[in-house]
Design a protein around this ligand. Structure first.
Ligand SMILES: C[S@@+](CC[C@H](N)C(=O)[O-])C[C@H]1O[C@@H](n2cnc3c(N)ncnc32)[C@H](O)[C@@H]1O
Length: 244
């Protein structure tokens, strides 16, 4: 269904929520709101093929409607033993279950309606957080990434995609304006863009690129780099050392 959520006025003083209305239009919303969303997914499949370890779990934290797991299940050439999709929005997980209802790998997927800050991470070699850490309150982010690091097998990876800020405030502003231009090209009006921005203001808190890399380093990741960047969006890969 097409995302027209912000065509009508939003209720004053409410924050953005991953509720039924959002879940119903979510796939269209992401494909028109995240630059190179499909390409980032394709790159993630390549990383999964390079780093997934036999018999381990592949965990997607903030899996929403299961789009990332579906791309991996459909396209990756490796035999994935256990997929885990974690989200605390039941409307999102409903759609993820529907997406996989007839999928040949459905029996290998576990959906967990849990807050990702508390979820048990059982023996993963790949953990993915696509556009989700930005919704975790900053005071919890380091402990979330620490727990992921501790749970990963040596040689395993964490992939994080986020909205980001730059060191330069002026260039951050420029990138955000370029992003609004992108959204206009995707068919969103100025009013829809500004209504959504207001609703996201308190719930989506972007870090600077350097802060994001520092978060990964502090957790213990020996290697962490950006693998994709478009203005105010960046995707990171962090590798847990084999010797850890
Ligand atoms: C922008 S969406 C993620 C998009 C998805 N990863 C993808 O690539 O298609 C963020 C998701 O994270 C979930 N989420 C946010 N905070 C969460 C938390 N503390 N625990 C579990 N899920 C959370 C939301 O319900 C939402 O589905």
């Amino acid at each position: 269904m097409r995302d027209e959520l912000f065509r009508k006025p939003v209720r004053a003083l409410t924050d953005f929520e991953f509720n039924e209305d959002v879940a119903a239009v979510f796939d269209d919303m992401l494909s028109r709101s995240i630059p190179f969303y499909d390409e980032v997914h394709r790159m993630i499949v390549d990383f999964v093929e390079a780093f997934y370890q036999p018999q381990s779990a592949l965990i997607d934290l903030g899996c929403s409607t299961g789009a990332t797991l579906a791309k991996i299940a459909d396209d990756s050439q490796v035999d994935i033993h256990r997929f885990v999709g974690v989200d605390d929005s039941e409307p999102m997980l409903d759609r993820a279950r529907q997406r996989f209802s007839d999928h040949p790998l459905a029996s290998r997927i576990v959906w967990q309606n849990t807050d990702l800050r508390q979820v048990e991470l059982e023996d993963p070699s790949v953990v993915i957080m696509n556009y989700t850490l930005q919704f975790v309150r900053p005071m919890y982010r380091q402990s979330v990434v620490n727990r992921i690091y501790q749970s990963l097998r040596p040689g395993g990876i964490l992939i994080v995609s986020e909205k980001v800020l730059e060191q330069s405030t002026a260039i951050s502003r420029l990138f955000i304006e370029m992003y609004w231009t992108f959204k206009r090209r995707q068919g969103y009006s100025d009013l829809e863009i500004s209504r959504k921005r207001e609703q996201l203001e308190n719930v989506l808190v972007p870090y600077k690129v350097d802060e994001q890399l520092e978060l990964l380093a502090q957790a213990g990741f020996g290697e962490a780099e950006i693998f994709f960047k478009w203005h105010n969006f960046a995707s990171f890969i962090a590798i847990k050392d084999y010797t850890a």
